[in-house]
Design a protein around this ligand. Structure first.
Ligand code: NAD
Ligand code: UDP
Length: 320
């Protein structure tokens, strides 16, 4: 009998790719989303699938799913700094109440649950690259605290359910991931730069651009999550691509990729913006036999093609 999986945040960027992957693997997939930062367009191609159901639901309210469940992937949460600064209370609620509801559901159904944690639990890290044993450096009361602390609480309550109730839990610490179906205007650096290049605008580098990030292509991320879910490992695992680049160099790469001659302009660095970020993926390699395969040049070409195919109206739509 096919395994049944609930994916929260299904209409978002990562959630929709995970739906695709689990449908492909023969699972019955239930997608759940309240569409606060997601878009039904990301999963409209799945509506015809007999193994796919969609529930429009806010998981900060009690979560009920009829029938058996073997797995839960809990991915619902705003993920872009602009989004979670705009909806800070919802961000805290989905990471806390939303996670509590998902864990309660997992316990009721005796299902294994994987939660989407983040490199943000390391805050502005003083250890580089970041391994899973680092406790992090988070400003609890800063503007990003609403996301970082919600995710840290999420990890704590997940481990409590694991230790106290014996629930089968998995924790993926996801590092910056990109690819098709990111929202053009969600404010994250890749859609921001590509959108600017396509509209003929200057690229906005925050600060002096010396801060670093390490970008992971979505297919690699999905493969890592798939392997982690099916593994027997319940401690956190970093999933990301260690190929690190400064944001200024990345802006120059985008200009080369898009063949435009946009200028780079400098804007204020947002408060508590982490100055460096690179995953240590030793654990993922050892435990999951996983490492990323798609390099930035290839991943960015695919992502650029996705955004380039958008209409002028879509490109000109502003949210912020
Ligand atoms: P996204 O905004 O595209 O997707 C999040 C989805 O969750 C959206 O469809 C949104 O509508 C839904 N959602 C939010 N609150 C909800 C609620 N209360 N009830 C039901 N649905 C709700 O973001 P994403 O990039 O796909 O991120 C997905 C998950 O992965 C998040 O938990 C995020 O913290 C985590 N993550 C992502 C990255 C990344 O680089 N993309 C990095 C680290 C962690
Ligand atoms: N950034 C930037 N210009 C933009 C958007 C983002 O320079 O238009 C920077 C941002 O300050 C951060 C990096 O790019 O240092 C990555 O930002 P993003 O929002 O994508 O992710 P996060 O900060 O959560 O890693």
């Amino acid at each position: 009998m096919a395994k049944r999986i609930l994916i929260t945040g299904a209409a978002g960027f990562l959630g929709s790719h995970l739906c695709d992957r689990f449908i492909k693997e023969g699972f019955q997939v239930i997608g759940m989303d309240n569409l606060i930062t997601g878009d039904l367009k990301n999963i409209e191609h799945l509506v015809k699938e007999k193994n796919f159901e969609f529930y429009h639901h806010d998981i900060t309210k009690f979560v009920h799913v009829p029938g058996k469940l073997d797995y839960i992937l809990h991915f619902a949460s705003p993920a872009s700094p602009i989004d979670y600064l705009k909806i800070p209370i919802q961000t805290l609620k989905v990471g806390s109440f939303g996670t509590h509801h998902c864990l309660g559901l997992a316990k009721e159904k005796n299902a294994r649950i994987l939660i989407a944690s983040t490199s943000e639990v390391y805050g502005d890290p003083q250890v580089h690259p970041q391994n899973e044993d680092y406790y992090g450096n988070v400003n609890t009361i800063g503007p990003r605290g609403v996301y970082d602390e919600a995710k840290r609480f999420q990890e704590s309550i997940t481990m409590a359910y694991h230790r106290f109730h014996g629930l089968e839990t998995r924790i993926a610490r996801i590092f910056n991931t990109y690819g098709p179906r990111m929202r053009l205007n969600d404010g994250r650096v890749i859609p921001a730069f590509i959108g600017q290049a396509l509209r003929g605008e200057d690229l906005t580098v925050f600060g002096d651009g010396s801060q670093t990030r390490s970008f992971c292509y979505v297919d690699d991320q999905v493969e890592g999550i798939y392997k982690l879910l099916l593994s027997e490992y319940s401690e956190p695992v970093n999933i990301g691509n260690p190929d690190e680049i400064s944001i200024l160099d990345f802006a120059k790469e985008i200009i080369r990729l898009t063949g435009t001659n946009q200028k780079i302009v400098f804007r204020d660095l947002p408060q508590d913006d982490p100055m460096q970020r690179q995953p240590d993926i030793t654990r993922a390699k050892e435990i999951l036999g996983w490492e990323p395969k798609v390099d930035r040049a290839e991943g960015m070409r695919i992502t650029y093609d996705y955004f380039r195919s958008m209409s002028k109206e879509e490109l000109d739509k502003r949210e912020h």
